[in-house]
Design a protein around this ligand. Structure first.
Ligand code: SF4
Length: 508
């Protein structure tokens, strides 16, 4: 007889998503092959999460996450010991990561378990502002297991981040989470039937499956590369020549008379200049730049400042006076060109684990931008809005910050009206324009995986890693260097774009 491990929330998620996915994962587990969980990553790295939870539940017991069957036994014992007390628990008591296994072999790790007057209160913790259907499924399974273990469950719910919360500082996170009662929506989840169906499914042969959007939802199906059902033939359209580069509506209009890609279109039949330019560029297999942009670019006054901001919106605010997910600037990068053509690089990065960086950010920015010259940014509305916010926060700096706004030139708007490169495949993102004008430049942030394997490659993830409480000096220095290099690469893209525009219309 084949050993079937207990069913858990990962199994339930896979099964609800696709029976074949569940079946394949269970086969792997039975063969002892680890399968990564289907739980989508939280939208941003967890900075200060522990402190926030501790503030809400100062008398919490924590059960360490079990990694093996033996550890599961220990974790369940630990949980039951915490629950096996006649004494009334103190205010702010909870079990964080409570582990339970029911006699029908389902196994759960409950984010937050507290005691109510009439039974247990179970909470799923989400570092998000809203929950979703999979949260309700998870909590339904927890409730089933707790009840099967003989516990009365008084209430179930989500703990979500309250965006009205303003962090007062000193680690005071009470009020960061708001409770959402899931009781009213839980009753319709037939968990016992699901568990039975999952057991039957895993005992049967490989189920049929229909590929669809569910194969790519969240972090995507672990088996998408090997799944027979999902092995659909690659689309005949090449992304660079796809009609979709013209936008969804225009693509639909051109498909209707029978066009499959832009190669069969006649540019003279296309009215919008931007679309006509894109089609011409793709058909000639080379970028197209309107010559009049040269005179425009040459008129931008010196000193020219190629400017790029990096911001973060933390679920758990770390600077007093800020709210969850508030967009806060932590780094600016600026390449400055003087009238003699010389370039210099300038940079500001908030100190790791320092205080609120906004004032230092604003002061240093004013220092480098001075009072004259063009400020060149890509999708400049972003930089403009951050400068406006800084002006609102600091009355004394507001006149100087506001005076920057008329100097800002949006290279995105200029590019859209005068340029197209086939490699952009219809996308005007910063990465796409970087591929076009600075093809040799790798835009990913390179951080030694040995320093923190779980860190993503976004500037936000690296900054959050640098800010992590207790972070060591080596990691902080590596993060700082990686962020600085990232900023320099971004301003290098702006410089390339500027150079491209300036050369337009000049004789070869
Ligand atoms: S790739 Fe899609 S169809 Fe195949 S197992 Fe995964 S979710 Fe199911």
């Amino acid at each position: 007889m084949v050993f079937a491990p207990p069913l858990n929330t990962d199994d339930l998620r896979r099964w609800r998503n696709c029976e074949r996915r569940f079946w394949l994962a269970r086969r792997e587990l039975q063969r002892g092959v680890p399968v990564s969980g289907p739980t989508p990553a939280e939208p941003e790295p967890a900075t200060g999460l522990d402190a926030a939870l501790r503030a809400s539940f100062p008398h919490a017991d924590t059960v360490a996450a079990p990694q093996s069957p033996a550890q599961w036994l220990q974790a369940v014992r630990h949980t039951l010991n915490c629950l096996d007390s006649d004494a009334e628990p103190p205010e702010g008591w909870a079990i964080l990561g409570a582990c339970l296994t029911s006699e029908d072999r389902a196994q759960v790790r409950i984010d937050v378990l507290t005691a109510g007057e009439h039974g247990l209160r179970l909470f799923k913790l989400r570092y998000a502002t809203v929950g979703d259907d999979t949260d309700v499924d998870d909590v339904a399974l927890w409730t089933h297991v707790a009840a099967r273990c003989g516990f009365a469950v008084q209430s179930v719910g989500l703990l979500l981040v309250d965006t009205d919360f303003v962090y007062p500082g000193h680690g005071c996170y009470a009020g960061l989470f708001r409770e959402v009662d899931l009781g009213p929506v839980l009753g319709s989840r037939p968990v016992a039937d699901w568990l039975h169906a999952m057991r039957q499914c895993e005992r049967g042969s490989e189920p049929e499956a229909t590929p669809g959007p569910h194969c790519h939802e969240g972090s995507g199906c672990e088996f998408a590369a090997s799944c027979k059902a999902c092995a659909v033939p690659a689309t005949a359209e090449h992304s660079e020549t796809s009609l979709d580069i013209l936008g969804r509506e225009a693509a639909a209009e051109w498909r209707a008379p029978g066009h499959h890609d832009v190669m069969s279109l006649r540019p003279e039949d296309i009215v919008p200049p931007r679309q006509r330019r894109a089609v011409r560029a793709v058909q000639q297999g080379a970028p197209l730049l309107e010559p009049e942009v040269g005179a425009l670019a040459q008129a931008w006054p010196y000193p020219r400042h190629c400017l790029r901001f990096d911001t973060i919106g933390l679920a758990v605010p770390i600077w007093p006076g800020t709210r969850p997910y508030q967009t806060l600037p932590f780094q600016w990068s600026c390449a400055v060109q003087t009238a003699d053509g010389a370039w210099s690089d300038h940079h500001f990065l908030a100190e790791g684990q320092g205080g609120d960086p906004r004032r230092a950010f604003a002061l240093s920015l004013l220092g480098v931008l001075g009072t004259t010259g063009a400020v060149l940014a890509y999708n400049a509305g972003f930089e403009r809005n951050r400068i406006r916010e800084l002006a609102q926060w600091f009355d004394d700096l507001a006149p100087a910050l506001d005076s920057l706004l008329p100097r800002i030139v949006d290279l995105f708007q200029i590019a859209r009206s005068h340029y197209y490169h086939p490699v952009m495949a219809g996308s005007w993102s910063f990465r796409s324009i970087a591929r076009a004008v600075a093809p040799g430049l790798a835009m990913d942030i390179a951080l030694d995986p040995a320093l923190d394997a779980g860190t993503g490659r976004s500037a936000q993830a690296v900054f959050a890693l640098m800010q992590k409480p207790g972070q060591n000096a080596t990691v902080r220095a590596a993060c700082r260097a990686a962020l600085q290099a990232h900023g320099q690469r971004e301003t290098a893209v702006l410089r390339s774009l500027l150079a491209l525009f300036e050369q337009a219309g000049t004789a070869p």
